[in-house]
Design a protein around this ligand. Structure first.
Ligand code: IPM
Ligand code: MG
Length: 368
């Protein structure tokens, strides 16, 4: 039986609760003979800050580099609002992305039929929605230098963030989008702001050039602000949406809400393929945050985190069939009417985080 090393980084807030449900799912898959999963746990974010004074330790980074995949919960919360910028909880996640070279962030937004009414948009706008946002994750304004606040002679302060992209960075993320589109509806929409930003001009130029290598895939360019509007107007016009780090952050939150709840969306962050081994570094995380307001109460929806395991099965472990089975188990549980609070109609019965996890494992048992 194939064996995989997984580093679990639950983090803060609801992170540990939803990670507990992941352990149930992995435990079942192992028991069912799908593969062996060796898991280790470590701290990240505020939890790491409290224990070690940093958002992630060098030792945890080494474990992350050695793992076949990292499963990440969520980081941050008001408790750490005042800690130094360099060691704020989010810095742990950014270091993981940067040091593991996870440049390709894949964020599918699928609206399950059972949840079309949970979205704040009309049913006909979101029903059947199936799009993927491909977000560049290690460049742009998140990491560009200079990035600083300096005090001027006048006594005023001046803050700078730098939006920067090279041809190579745009080329490789564009290829991820086109490759993915080929396995889907063969359409790539690329979002930038070439009307005001030099990085947007280069982005459009490079994506257009890459598109020439994919004659079967339709390419369209859209200004990022218009794209935000189109996403809430008629999201089904998109298939694969490729964009930079900052626009991707914003557009993927919009896309998430189309599906009914932020608690539903998994994501994969992938590095480049190693030429020798064919392996790629990977981290899987829900799109939602740490939700400190509901942490520890069993109210969190574990589906985005469990769905992230599904993406790991598919993209890191070559276990597509198990991934399909897990997706089906989630869909069946939703179709049976089970709801955590975030996806329930007002006044309807709801289940807890662990009841939802147990139901998904139960459904897996029935399908296996
Ligand atoms: C996300 C999050 C992160 C980001 C934060 C937590 C640093 O919002 O993954 O979308 O801005 O990338
Ligand atoms: Mg975000």
């Amino acid at each position: 039986m194939a064996s995989f090393n997984i580093l679990l980084l639950p983090g803060d807030g609801i992170g540990p609760e939803v990670m507990t449900e992941v352990e149930k799912v992995l435990g079942f898959l192992q028991q069912a003979g799908v593969a062996r999963f060796e898991t280790e746990r470590d701290l990240v974010g505020g939890a790491a800050h409290d224990a070690h004074g940093v958002a992630i330790t060098d030792a945890a980074m080494e474990r992350a580099k050695a793992a076949d995949a990292v499963l990440f919960g969520a980081v941050g919360g008001p408790k750490w609002d005042k800690v130094a910028y360099e060691v704020r909880p989010e810095a742990g996640l950014l270091r993981l992305r940067k040091d593991l070279g996870l440049f390709a962030n894949i964020r599918p937004a699928i609206c399950y039929p059972a949840l079309a009414d949970a979205s704040s948009l009309k049913r006909e706008v979101v029903e059947g929605l199936d799009i993927v946002i491909v977000r560049e994750l290690t460049g742009g304004v998140y990491f560009g230098e200079p990035k600083e606040i300096v005090t001027l002679e006048s006594g005023q302060k001046r803050a700078v963030d730098t939006q920067v992209y090279t041809t190579g960075e745009i080329d490789r993320i564009a290829r991820v989008a086109f490759d993915l589109a080929r396995t889907r509806r063969s359409k790539v929409s690329s979002a930038e702001k070439m009307n005001v930003m030099r990085t947007g001009v280069l982005w459009r130029e490079v994506v257009t050039a890459v598109g020439k290598d994919y004659p079967g895939v339709e390419l369209e360019h859209v200004l990022a602000d218009n794209c935000a509007m189109q996403l809430v107007r008629w999201p089904k016009q998109y298939d694969v949406l490729v964009t930079d780090n900052l626009f991707g952050d914003i557009l993927s939150d919009i896309a998430a809400m189309l599906t009914g709840s932020l608690g539903m969306l998994p994501s994969a962050s992938l590095g480049a393929e190693d030429a020798k081994t064919g392996k790629r570094k990977a981290l899987y995380e829900p799109v939602h945050g740490s939700a400190p307001d509901i942490a520890g109460q069993g109210l969190a929806n574990p589906i985005a985190m469990i769905g992230s395991v599904g993406m790991a099965l598919r993209y890191s472990f070559g276990l597509g069939e198990a991934a399909d089975m897990l997706d089906k188990a989630i869909a069946n549980v939703l179709a049976s009417g089970l709801r955590t609070r975030d996806i329930a109609a007002k006044g309807a019965n709801t289940v807890s985080t662990s009841q939802m996890g147990d139901a998904i494992v139960g459904e897996l048992k029935a399908l296996a």
